[in-house]
Write a protein that binds this ligand. Structure first.
Ligand SMILES: Nc1nc2c(ncn2[C@@H]2O[C@H](COP(=O)(O)OP(=O)(O)OP(=O)(O)O)[C@@H](O)[C@H]2O)c(=O)[nH]1
Ligand SMILES: [Mg+2]
Length: 329
């Protein structure tokens, strides 16, 4: 349900505004006379299942750009407080270009830190099925393309088939996979990988609300000295994603990598999780393939993702994906 307030000089004029903006299905939630003798209406309309925003042609006025931005964020089911704060950040930019307003608001609200060559060792953490193992393989593939040496270590000795899956990806990449069952074994494996430019460590999917699960994961993180990188899938309930992000941030995660952007229509959980746990945004998973399944995020790329119709979303990232490829030796 989307709520909007309308003011006009009389009821008929206010109703006309409601119909023009929200369509014939809008319902009036409340109405009252204003101090000046006019009418204020609060109208509501069910949220549509398909996007109804259109960012082109460019809005004529800054106010129109903010309205369009709110429609976009509303479609992605952003919680009201975050939506309002992004709209307010956008309004200070006073631009009539919706995409730029959105990119500027995202830039002012989030820290973007794509995974580049600065990363020395990463431990991928997250709930079961988030995409940790595939993302580790994608990052290894990207590093191999950049002619960086990579070590692959998995600590997932719990899930049936996990070791085989990990070994399968490592074989595709021509890397000898290492398995560490305990924090001590992980330290040994990391010491043995001393020559690698990048060490990628996979972990068992954990229940973020289970103290034992989190304590075991915490031991691996502490022993590794690696950056714990939170992996969450797109399309989650926003509040659920925020709770999870806070739980993983308590273990030391400071960056969020969101997978399965290609299979989700609404991306509100990505923004909500990052904001709730103060996580920097890095790359996004945009497909199951190792070679082209990851793309770095920046404010404009994220604005394009949010504003594009779901079917065009991955294509909206082509520029960033190919520009990344062009930087590879
Ligand atoms: N379409 C698409 N599929 C993805 C993406 N990332 C991961 N997947 C798929 O999601 C599923 C789970 O991926 P995994 O990497 O095994 O997830 P995990 O977090 O390691 O899972 P557990 O080890 O069981 O906790 C697999 O089928 C992947 O191919 C993505 O960006 N897009
Ligand atoms: Mg896995």
């Amino acid at each position: 349900m989307r709520l909007k307030t309308f003011t006009a000089e009389n009821m008929a004029a206010a109703m006309k505004l409601v119909r023009a903006e929200l369509g014939a299905d809008a319902i009036i939630v409340s109405s009252f006379e204003t101090a000046g003798g006019g009418v204020e209406l609060v109208a509501a309309v069910e949220r549509s299942a398909t996007p109804d925003f259109d960012i082109a042609p460019l809005s004529a006025e800054p106010d129109d750009a903010i309205d369009a931005l709110q429609d976009i964020l509303d479609y992605h089911r952003l919680p009201a407080a975050l939506l309002e704060s992004l709209a307010s950040a956008a309004s200070t930019l006073e631009t009539d270009d919706t995409l730029l307003a959105l990119a500027g608001a995202l830039d002012a609200t989030f820290v973007f830190a794509p995974l580049g060559h600065e990363a020395r060792s990463l431990l991928l953490i997250g709930p079961p099925g988030a995409g940790k193992t595939v993302t580790a393989a994608k990052l290894a593939a990207r590093a191999r393309l950049a002619k960086r040496s990579v070590a692959l270590i998995t600590t997932d000795t719990l899930r049936t088939g996990a070791a085989e899956q990990f070994a399968g990806y490592a074989a595709l990449l021509g890397i000898d996979p290492q398995v560490a069952d305990t924090a001590e074994e992980l330290q040994d494996a990391i010491s043995a990988a001393v020559g690698a430019a990048l060490i990628l460590i996979d972990s068992t999917g954990v229940n973020p609300f289970d103290a034992d699960d989190m304590a075991r994961l915490g031991e691996f993180i502490a022993a590794s000295g690696a950056e714990p990188l939170l992996v969450l899938p797109a399309g989650m309930d926003a509040d659920e994603a925020a709770d999870m992000a806070r739980a993983f941030a308590a273990l030391g995660a400071t960056r969020l990598l969101t997978t399965r952007l290609d299979t989700a229509r609404r991306l509100g959980s990505l923004l909500t999780a990052a904001e709730a746990a103060n996580l920097r945004l890095c790359d996004v998973g945009i497909g199951p393939h190792l070679a082209d399944g990851l793309s770095p995020l920046n404010p404009l790329a994220l604005a394009r993702l949010l504003a594009a119709a779901p079917a065009d979303r991955v294509a909206s990232l082509t520029t960033t994906a190919s520009s990344f490829a062009e930087t590879m030796p």
